[in-house]
Design a protein around this ligand. Structure first.
Ligand code: CNA
Length: 404
């Protein structure tokens, strides 16, 4: 029946009249409004929801648990994995997060006498009282902490050729220290790799800032005099724009993602938290966290439906990141690979490599070991060269072979 004739059906006339009686404007010439009305009526008579977004597709993984995610990966369905992480990824490294009651930074900033905890990351407060942030920066500066099991899991994903990108809110650079290639990490809230003057935007060598911060007030005051303005590492303060790279890659990555893993974040900082809704409808999502976050029922944009009947793709592992990822690796048969990466340890920052293919050939493992022991290797080469030019030459050739 064409739409105009449908509108004449007694049931529909009755419905239109009912709506008008309730004071609603019903425009019979508006095809969109009429179609919506008919859809609602039809759905009611069929006893289903009229909201198409409420219709539940079939499950995209066999079971909504870690084993289901593992099976999905083993079946080769996850080829472009995005991992979104937050401060909870690094608490096991000894870096407090923001919001965990008791241990989080926000509960432990009394000594800075802040008007509110977030002030420590506010540019206005920084202008007036830079000391608080600089003191915190000295504690958080990369170099003081080592990557966790969960960071090495990221590297393992890369080694397996599955990591499309890691979007991190963290400023600790532990993903790179675990050996994840720089181009696969998006530091959405910046990090300590570079620094700028806050008024002119002039780039300041980050080592200068680090040295100044280590010396305390005397150091950062001297730096301020030298540059004629306060200098801040390029971490994003509240109200500041996120890096251009975040916005650019976001557009190209999330639409092609076929598995989203979210871990160690309260998912409250926008726009980062909204990204969980950018993956396609058929993309499974795994949340590994101590608490349930990012729920659609609590208003998160296309958020998780964990615990709801309508859930067909979201998995929640409640607990610590390290434990959850070890469980996943066990189900995947990757436990040994993960243990090997952990045994190799952190890589030297300047030895970041491009994406590598999966494989654990002797050469690669040796190369990885070399990454982990770069300092000792430098020393060994120097000693070899001093003791004997021949030994030095052999050592140098080994160096080149391993570096390839
Ligand atoms: P947050 O708001 O403090 O939330 C942390 C979340 O992780 C909470 O839901 C915790 O329950 C959970 N959690 C804590 N420890 C673990 C663990 N071991 N395993 C699993 N879950 C855990 O922090 P967000 O990252 O969500 O907030 C974004 C802020 C925090 C960003 O702007 C960061 O720059 C900032 N931050 C970063 C660091 C860091 O670089 N390590 C540290 C502190 C804060």
């Amino acid at each position: 029946m064409p739409l105009p004739s449908l509108l004449q059906a007694p049931e529909v006339r009755q419905l239109i009249q009912l709506l008008r009686d309730k004071g609603l404007t019903v425009d019979e010439d508006d095809p969109e409004q009429m179609a919506g009305l008919l859809q609602t009526r039809l759905a009611k008579s069929l006893g289903i929801s009229a909201d198409i977004s409420d219709m539940v597709p079939d499950k995209v993984i066999p079971n909504l648990d870690i084993a289901g995610i593992a099976q999905y990966i083993q079946e080769g369905k996850a080829k472009r994995v995005i991992v979104m992480v937050g401060a909870g990824l690094s608490t096991a490294a000894g870096i407090p997060d923001f919001r965990t009651p008791g241990t989080g930074l926000y509960d432990n900033l009394q000594k800075y006498n802040l008007p509110d905890p977030q002030a420590i990351f506010s540019i206005d407060h920084f202008r007036k009282h830079p000391g608080a942030f600089y003191e915190l920066a000295r504690d958080l500066w990369p170099g003081n902490y080592a990557p966790t099991t969960a960071h090495f899991f990221l590297r393992l994903l890369e080694e397996k050729g599955l990591l499309l990108r890691c979007y991190t809110q963290n400023i600790d650079s532990l993903e790179e220290l675990a050996g994840v290639s720089r181009e696969l990490v998006v530091a959405a809230h910046g990090n300590f790799s570079s620094a700028h003057g806050i008024d002119t935007g002039v780039a300041v060598p980050v080592q200068e800032l680090q040295n100044a911060v280590q010396r305390g007030e005397e150091g950062w005051a001297a730096l301020r005099s030298k540059w004629g303005e306060l200098v801040k590492p390029d971490i994003v303060f509240f109200g500041e724009a996120l890096p251009e790279r975040f916005r650019r890659l976001l557009r190209q990555d999330f639409t092609q993602c076929d598995l989203l893993i979210v871990m160690g974040t309260s998912l409250v900082v926008a726009p980062f938290c909204e990204c969980i809704g950018f993956v396609g409808d058929s993309c499974p999502r795994l949340l590994v966290n101590r608490e349930l976050v990012g729920l659609e029922s609590r208003g998160a944009y296309r958020g998780f439906r964990i615990g709801e009947e309508r859930n067909y793709r979201d998995v929640f592992y409640e607990g610590d990141c390290d434990v959850g990822l070890e469980a996943l690796c066990k189900d995947l048969g990757w436990a040994e690979d993960l243990a090997q990466l952990k045994a190799i340890g952190p890589v030297a920052p300047h030895r970041q490599k491009s994406s590598r293919a999966v494989g654990s050939s002797g050469g690669k493992l040796l190369g990885a070991w070399f990454n982990g022991h770069w300092g000792a290797m430098h020393l060994a080469l120097a000693v070899a060269a001093v003791i004997s030019p021949i030994a030095g030459g052999i050592a140098l050739r080994c160096w080149h072979a391993l570096s390839k």
